[in-house]
Design a protein around this ligand. Structure first.
Ligand code: GDP
Length: 297
């Protein structure tokens, strides 16, 4: 995982700074420049990286630090805090409650891993005693229903969809109604993706979301390998539907991972899970602090 490289570069920069006999402005700047380079290489948006650098400089005022203060520790802590801040929008996402019906709508571009992630999310909760169900409101991509059906069957999760109905809103409404009657507590609606952001997709998402299903949570699924495009893409989705959480997929691949930080900033929503493989159980809860700790080694 290329994220490990990012962590390695940041740790090295801190280590180099720690090796200096005196930590002055120059040494601090060198360290921050190294970290900036590493974050940019990992595809974190330029604006975010610059903000981080400014914040650290504001917190770590070398002149103000009285002699005897452990400057290294203070700088290290500031870097840790800033990275956490980048990944933490400050408010948690809606958390569904077991036994109480919640509708969760998944949105994202085609190929982002949306359908796979819907099943992973359902399976994760099913193992914890929930009663999830899957609704395929993707009428755009041929084969979408079959894929969801296959995944759902494998995981023994009830599903709803149609080979003939072309109106995604109708399928979403019928599916949600059906599963509410069956006392499912986690009704997951998979929506259409497109190859790129386009008006038709956003309009359809809005219709499914507003007209009918009224989801408790909209989860934006993003492929971690999209790089610098992450910020704009996430923002475009956020402007159309009220994205409340992000799931970043394919973290097992060659992704640089920086897109995750950008998506959080663009949607002001937390990353709640990450996808780490094609299999149903290759899915991890995402926690900011342990993630950043691991990143910094
Ligand atoms: P959708 O078009 O957004 O619904 O995307 P799919 O769910 O069909 O996934 C597209 C491809 O990405 C499939 O081949 C999935 O197996 C794969 N995929 C999804 N999530 C992950 C992941 O976390 N890691 C890896 N390696 N592959 C994934």
């Amino acid at each position: 995982m290329v994220l490990a490289q990012l962590g390695g570069s940041i740790s090295r920069a801190i280590q180099q700074m720690s090796n200096a006999t005196i930590i002055d402005e120059k040494v601090l700047n060198e360290c921050l420049n190294e970290i900036t380079r590493a974050l940019l290489q990992a595809d974190v948006q330029f604006k975010l990286v610059r903000e981080m650098q400014t914040n650290i400089k504001k917190i770590v005022n070398l002149d103000d630090l009285a002699a005897g203060h452990n400057k290294r520790r203070i700088i290290q802590q500031a870097i840790f805090n800033e990275l956490c801040k980048m990944l933490d929008p400050g408010k948690p996402s809606f958390t569904p409650k077991k036994g109480k019906p919640s509708v969760i709508m998944f949105v994202g571009l085609q190929g982002s891993g949306k359908t796979t992630t819907c099943t992973k999310y359902a399976y994760y909760h099913q193992k914890k005693g929930w009663k999830p169900a899957l609704v395929c409101a993707d009428t755009f991509r041929a084969g979408a229903f079959d894929q969801l059906k296959q995944n759902a069957t494998k995981a023994k999760i009830p599903f709803y969809g149609s080979y003939t109905e072309s109106d995604p809103v109708r399928i979403a409404v019928e599916g949600v109604e059906t599963f509410k009657k069956e006392n499912c507590d986690l009704i997951i609606v998979d929506t259409s993706g497109r190859h790129k952001q386009e008006a038709a997709l956003f309009e359809e998402m809005r219709q499914v979301s507003e007209a009918t299903v009224n989801p408790d949570l909209v989860i934006f699924v993003m492929d971690s390998s999209i790089g610098q495009a992450a910020f704009d893409q996430a923002q475009a989705f956020k402007q159309s539907v009220s994205v409340g959480a992000v799931i970043v997929t394919k973290m097992d691949g060659h992704a640089k991972g920086g897109g995750a930080l950008s998506a959080v900033a663009a949607t002001k929503s937390p990353v709640i899970f990450i996808g780490t493989g094609e299999h149903m159980d290759e899915f991890e809860v995402f926690d900011v602090k342990p993630f950043v700790s691991r990143l910094l080694g």
